[in-house]
Write a new protein. Structure first.
Length: 160
C-alpha cells in the first residue's frame, strides 16, 4: 500500500470535514461556536497528518501499513462524497439537517473503519497522534448526536 498517498488522502479528508463544519456554523448560527470548535479540531487532525507525512518522508522505516480496512480508493470515494455534500450545502441544495446527519454518518463511518489502525509506527508521539485522531471520530459523532437532539428535538406524540 502506498502510505504517502494514504496519509495525503486522510489529511485532505480532514480539511474537507473542517470546511463542512464551517458551513454548519453558518447554517446553525445558534450553535456556531460548537461547529467552529469541531472545524478547528479537524484542522488540527489535518496538521497531525501533515506531521506524519513529514515523518514518513524523513523516516520511512518507522511506518508500515496496519490492519485497517480502508484503502486509498475508499478514501478517494469518501473525499468525493464530502466534496459533493460541500457543493450542495454551499449552493443551498441541502437542508441544514441533512448536513448534520451527513456529518454524523461520515464521522461514524470513519470511526468504524478504524482509520487509526491504517498506519502503524514505533514513534510514540506519532502513535499517540493517531490514537487522538481516532478518538476524535468517536467524540465528533457523539457531539453531533447531541447537537441534533438539541436542534431537532423529537416531537411528542399527540394525545389525540
Amino acid at each position: 500500500m502506498d502510505l504517502a498517498r494514504l496519509i495525503a488522502l486522510l489529511k485532505k479528508n480532514e480539511e474537507a470535514l473542517a470546511a463542512l463544519y464551517r458551513e454548519g456554523a453558518r447554517l446553525f448560527p445558534t450553535e456556531a461556536e460548537v461547529f467552529l470548535k469541531l472545524a478547528q479540531e479537524e484542522e488540527g487532525h489535518a496538521t497531525l497528518f501533515a506531521n506524519i507525512q513529514d515523518d514518513l518522508a524523513a523516516h520511512p522505516e518507522r511506518w508500515r501499513a496496519g490492519p485497517g480496512r480502508v484503502t486509498p480508493d475508499t478514501l478517494e470515494q469518501l473525499q468525493a462524497r464530502i466534496d459533493h455534500l460541500l457543493d450542495e450545502v454551499r449552493q443551498g441544495k441541502a437542508a441544514p439537517r441533512y448536513l448534520l446527519t451527513s456529518l454524523a454518518s461520515l464521522e461514524q463511518g470513519l470511526a468504524e473503519r478504524s482509520c487509526d489502525r491504517l498506519l502503524v509506527t514505533d514513534e510514540p508521539r506519532l502513535a499517540d497522534a493517531l490514537r487522538h485522531i481516532a478518538q476524535g471520530f468517536v467524540d465528533h459523532f457523539k457531539r453531533l448526536q447531541q447537537l441534533e437532539a438539541r436542534l431537532f428535538p423529537p416531537t411528542q406524540p399527540s394525545l389525540f
